[in-house]
Design a protein around this ligand. Sequence first.
Ligand code: COA
Length: 171
Amino acid sequence: MSDDFPLRPFLPADTMALRDLFAQSIEELTVDDYDEDQRLAWAASAEDAAEFRARLGGMLTLVVHLDGEYLGFGSLKDNKTIDMLYVHPDFAGEGVGTAIADALEKIAGARGAKAVMVDASDSSVPFFERRGYTAVQRNSMPRDDQWLSNTTMIKPLADSKSKAPATAKPS
Ligand SMILES: CC(C)(COP(=O)(O)OP(=O)(O)OC[C@H]1O[C@@H](n2cnc3c(N)ncnc32)[C@H](O)[C@@H]1OP(=O)(O)O)[C@@H](O)C(=O)NCCC(=O)NCCS
């Protein structure tokens, strides 16, 4: 449940902790789908802390920071793409990713997006399928000297107008 995980916007002071979380999440949670060289190349995309801070700060980034621990973070780009979604391995499977994705989709919808997209890692495809995303295309992305596969997925958002409560009919 989203209520279990308080979300707040990214602050520059979060940068180093989120960089560690990003690396640990990749290292442990994607091990079944990407080999070590691929995981290292992926994690290295956050090596430059200033660049990572600017990337997170340039998007709508939400952080779950509870009792001094960073549990996860996610970013919405251009109000229509989940650009990042990473949960700390110690807290995987507890609903953190769901809480963040729920919030990002809700914000996108409230701002008028008709659909949300994601380039889902092979490890996260089942997570997004459960949320109603469908695969659109496979991609192969270069990172350093490695190629990493992912899948572009899309989820239509319910039209808020069509969700307006029906007028009660007199019986
Ligand atoms: C994908 C990720 C964000 C999911 O976060 P999470 O907090 O573990 O997910 P939740 O606990 O909210 O899980 C929600 C549901 O998805 C399922 N799920 C989550 N990860 C899954 C996986 N890898 N395979 C199959 N099912 C998965 C859970 O079992 C749960 O199902 P349920 O509702 O029936 O209980 C997390 O595993 C992660 O950070 N992965 C590594 C980084 C990554 O690949 N990010 C995506 C980049 S686009």
